[in-house]
Design a protein around this ligand. Structure first.
Ligand SMILES: NC(=O)c1ccc[n+]([C@@H]2O[C@H](COP(=O)([O-])OP(=O)(O)OC[C@H]3O[C@@H](n4cnc5c(N)ncnc54)[C@H](OP(=O)(O)O)[C@@H]3O)[C@@H](O)[C@H]2O)c1
Length: 305
C-alpha cells in the first residue's frame, strides 16, 4: 500500500516520504480500515510514541497520522461491534502505525460509525480536536452552565471545538489567540476575544476554567485568573502552574466511541462546525504538511479521492 513514513526525528515533517509499505494485519479485536481521509497533528514529530513502541523500542520507519475516516474491510479475531463495509471514524493508537496510508489496523473500540451524510474529510478532521475539547471541558474541567471558560488558541483546531462545545453547554467563552484570529474565534462562538500579543490577559478577570493549548508563560499567567474551585486543563505537556485554590490537569486525549457519537451528532445537526483549512491528496501530503504559509485550521489528507 502507499504510505507516508518517517525515519528521522530531527527532520520533522520535512523528513516525511511517500513509499510502499506492507498492508497491516488485524490483531485480536482489531479492524482493518481502508482509509478515505486522514488527519495529522504537526507536533506528532515531537512525541516519543511516533518513534518507539510501548516498550520503548525503535519502530521506525513509522507511519504518522492518528485520525481517520474510512471503511472497514476486515475484522480481527474476536472483534465485535463493527462490520465489514461499515463507514467509521476515530483515533488510532499513538504507538502503532497510523493513518497517512491506504490501510490501518486499529482496535475497534477506537472507532465509531460515521453516518452516511458526513463526508470522510469532515470525519477525519474531528477525532483529536473534538475528543480533546470534550474531555478537557466535561471530564477533566467539569464544566457547568453559567461558568466562564478561557479558551486559548480559539481559532485553532482544538480551540474552535472548545469554543463551540463550551458555548453550547451554557458557558461564557473568552477566546484568545493572535490579532488575526479575532474574527474567526468570534465566528466560532467566542463571546469576546483577547489578543495575546497586544491585550493584557490580567484584564480578563476571574474565570472558572482555563483550556490551555499553548503552555509556558501564557499558562502561568492564566492560572492566576482561576476562581476558587476552578480548573486549569492543559494538553501541551506537564502542568507548570497551578491555581491557588483549584485543580490543574494535564492529559492526553483518548478514543471514546460514545463521545465520538456525540461529536458527530452535533456536526450532523449543525451545532458543531469543523475547522479545515486545507485538503490534499496522499501524493501531495508531504508538501501539504510542510506549508509555507500559516495554516488556520486542520490539514486533512484525502487518501482516496
Ligand atoms: N494532549 C493532547 O491530547 C492533545 C490533543 C490535541 C492537541 N494537542 C496539542 O495542543 C496544541 C494545539 O493543537 P491544535 O491542533 O489546536 O493547534 P492549532 O490548530 O495550531 O491551534 C493553536 C492555536 O493557538 C495559537 N497560538 C499558539 N501559540 C500562541 C501564542 N503564543 N499567542 C497567540 N496564539 C498562539 C496558534 O496560532 P499560530 O498558529 O499562529 O501559532 C493557533 O491559532 C498542540 O501543541 C497540540 O500538539 C494535545
Amino acid at each position: 500500500m502507499k504510505a507516508i513514513v518517517v525515519t528521522d526525528q530531527a527532520a520533522g515533517t520535512a523528513g516525511m516520504t511517500l513509499t510502499d509499505r506492507p498492508e497491516p494485519l488485524a490483531a485480536i479485536n482489531d479492524v482493518i480500515v481502508q482509509i478515505h481521509a486522514s488527519g495529522f497533528v504537526p507536533t506528532e514529530m515531537e512525541w516519543p510514541s511516533t518513534w518507539t513502541d510501548r516498550a520503548g523500542r525503535d519502530r521506525t520507519p513509522s507511519i504518522p497520522g492518528h485520525e481517520l475516516a474510512g471503511v472497514v474491510t476486515a475484522l480481527g479475531y474476536g472483534t465485535t461491534g463493527l462490520s465489514v463495509g461499515q463507514r467509521v471514524f476515530g483515533l488510532a493508537d499513538w504507538h502503532r502505525d497510523g493513518t497517512l496510508a491506504e490501510y490501518v489496523a486499529i482496535e475497534a473500540r477506537n472507532l465509531a460509525p460515521l453516518p452516511g451524510d458526513v463526508d470522510f474529510t469532515v470525519g477525519a478532521s474531528l477525532p483529536i480536536s473534538g475528543l480533546t475539547a470534550w474531555q478537557g471541558l466535561f471530564q477533566h474541567g467539569r464544566l457547568q452552565a453559567g461558568q466562564t471558560v478561557l479558551a486559548h488558541g480559539a481559532a485553532g483546531a482544538v480551540g474552535t471545538m472548545v469554543t463551540q462545545l463550551a458555548r453550547e453547554a451554557g458557558a461564557y467563552v473568552i477566546g484568545t489567540g493572535r490579532a488575526a484570529d479575532r474574527e474567526k474565534a468570534i465566528d466560532f462562538g467566542a463571546h469576546e476575544f483577547v489578543d495575546l500579543e497586544n491585550d493584557a490577559l490580567k484584564d480578563v478577570g476571574g474565570v472558572d476554567l482555563v483550556f490551555d493549548v499553548i503552555g509556558g508563560d501564557i499558562q502561568k499567567r492564566s492560572a492566576a485568573l482561576i476562581r476558587a474551585g476552578g480548573t486549569l486543563v492543559s494538553v501541551v505537556g506537564a502542568i507548570e502552574a497551578r491555581p491557588d485554590d483549584g485543580l490543574a490537569v494535564d492529559f492526553v486525549v483518548e478514543a471514546d466511541r460514545g463521545e465520538l457519537n456525540e461529536i458527530v451528532r452535533r456536526v450532523r445537526d449543525g451545532r458543531l462546525r469543523t475547522n479545515i483549512d486545507h485538503v490534499a491528496s496522499l501524493d501531495d501530503a508531504v508538501d501539504a504538511l510542510n506549508p509555507t504559509a500559516r495554516r488556520r485550521g486542520k490539514t486533512v489528507i484525502r487518501v482516496r479521492p
